[in-house]
Design a protein around this ligand. Structure first.
Ligand SMILES: Nc1ncnc2c1ncn2[C@@H]1O[C@H](COP(=O)(O)OP(=O)(O)O)[C@@H](O)[C@H]1O
Ligand SMILES: [Mg+2]
Length: 437
């Protein structure tokens, strides 16, 4: 510390206030002779201002003075932040114990007694300058330490924040992968029996057609089969059965085809991404996601259906982690549905045109995917918050606040793209995904 050596070199600045010229001179001379810089003031009324401006290292203060006495001045100096740490030494007459005690109680660090003893004065001043120097050094160290603690705390909170993020991503991807395994397992289990039914239906269809032909042949060649058969024909409404049976088999076939399609989508949706990006069809990802969300789009007992309007451009296959992109579509679409439901409820169930627009386009080597809803929008004050982890406006159990930060992480870090939100409170919200090809 530079200033510390200055004090020890005895070039510290000492401010003396005394209403006697004799005392002022005496003190000034012995202090100057010892190498101190001295400022002397006889008028206690203007002393305070001067102390503030010259910032001495020590103050020697006479107790009994006209206008403002030493005690009052001491109080004033101790109240002012700029001066309260400057040590004050009182000068008082030898016998006056009361004054000594009162001065020390008011915050003075010491007293020197009149008549002055040169050696004693110098010794005491030196002690207090050294204490002050140590105090200043301590204060500096304390500030350094505080600074360090602050830096460390900031570093630690940043680490904690990163850890939280990583953890939530781990939890989320663990969940997704578990869900993927579950879906893949179910799809696998359903696939076998459905394949079995589909194959048998194919044969059953042929057999039914043959049998229908055969019955018709019988009818042609034996138009009078007898009363028993006639009554059976009438009872079972043979004409209707012959017409309906092939239709029935056909619709069974449509049913199994549709189940197989759904299983196919589920498997592709839940397929683990692996380490490498693969060329994928963005539209297929969107369609599969919509299919999985189908039940939420349908009219509900307490709300109208949500209409999905698609505007797909011609897109090339995109090298990506398709499972992760599906996760993004899923969250953005689920958020849009939530927003539409909220807006429906807050319109007192008056709203009818609940819509989600999904658009894709190709712009300068980038694939753009827009997901727009005409829900209640996001208030200006929270638009900055929505990408922060754990920010949610949904009730516990429904919202986690993890969807958007994870979407952003997937789009930005994994795909080098961007995810932006443009929202008009009361009108709706648009999420814009942009991925470089
Ligand atoms: N389409 C949207 N319309 C209105 N608000 C939205 C929309 N998407 C997201 N938000 C707001 O952003 C918040 C955070 O979304 P998200 O990170 O997916 O978490 P969560 O859905 O679990 O709340 C939501 O709680 C909601 O307030
Ligand atoms: Mg969400």
């Amino acid at each position: 510390m530079e200033s510390s050596s200055t004090y020890l070199d005895a070039s510290a600045k000492i401010f003396i206030i005394d209403d006697s010229y004799y005392n002022l001179d005496f003190l000034s001379i012995i202090l100057s002779d010892s190498g101190y810089e001295v400022v002397a003031e006889i008028d206690s009324e203007i002393a305070f201002e001067k102390i503030i401006s010259c910032q001495p290292d020590l103050i020697i203060l006479d107790v009994i003075m006209p206008k403002i006495n030493g005690f009052e001045l001491c109080k004033i100096i101790n109240l002012e932040p700029l001066t309260k740490n400057i040590p004050i030494i009182f000068t008082t007459s030898l016998s006056d114990t009361d004054q000594k005690v009162k001065g020390l109680n008011l915050g003075a660090v010491d007293y020197i007694t009149k008549p002055f003893q040169k050696e004693e004065i110098l010794a005491r001043i030196q002690v207090h300058l050294r204490i002050r120097q140590l105090n200043l050094e301590l204060e500096k160290q304390k500030q350094k330490l505080e600074q360090r603690v602050q830096t460390r705390t900031a570093e630690l909170s940043q680490t904690l924040e990163n850890l939280k993020q990583t953890q939530l991503q781990l939890v989320q991807s663990e969940k997704i992968s578990l869900l993927g395994q579950l879906v893949a397992g179910v799809a696998h289990e359903v696939n076998n029996p459905i394949g079995f039914i589909a194959t048998n239906l194919y044969h059953a269809k042929n057999y039914v057609e043959d049998l229908v032909d055969l019955v018709q042949l019988y009818q042609q060649h034996f138009p009078q089969p007898g009363a028993v058969i006639d009554s059976q024909i009438e009872e079972m409404d043979l004409e209707h059965v012959l017409k309906d049976l092939p239709k029935l088999v056909n619709s069974m076939k449509l049913g199994t085809d549709s189940v197989r399609g759904i299983m196919q989508s589920l498997r592709s949706f839940s397929r683990a991404d692996g380490d490498e990006k693969k060329a994928a069809d963005i539209h297929q990802g969107l369609e599969t996601t919509l299919m999985i969300l189908q039940h939420r789009l349908k009219p509900q007992p307490n709300r109208a259906a949500i209409q999905v309007i698609k505007k797909y451009a011609q897109l090339p296959l995109v090298k990506c982690y398709s499972g992760q992109l599906n996760q993004v579509f899923m969250n953005l679409l689920a958020n849009a549905i939530d927003a539409l439901e909220d807006s429906f409820m807050s319109s007192k169930k008056e709203r009818k045109n609940l819509q989600i627009h999904i658009g894709t386009s190709l712009e300068q080597e980038r694939v753009i995917i827009q997901i727009v809803d005409n829900g209640m929008g996001i208030p200006k004050t929270t638009q900055n918050e929505i990408f922060k982890p754990f920010f949610t406006t949904k009730p516990e159990g429904k919202g986690t606040g993890l969807g958007l930060p994870i979407c952003q992480q997937i789009i930005r870090e994994q795909h080098g793209g961007s995810l932006e939100c443009i929202s008009f409170p009361g009108k709706g919200t648009e999420f814009l995904i942009s991925i470089p090809l």
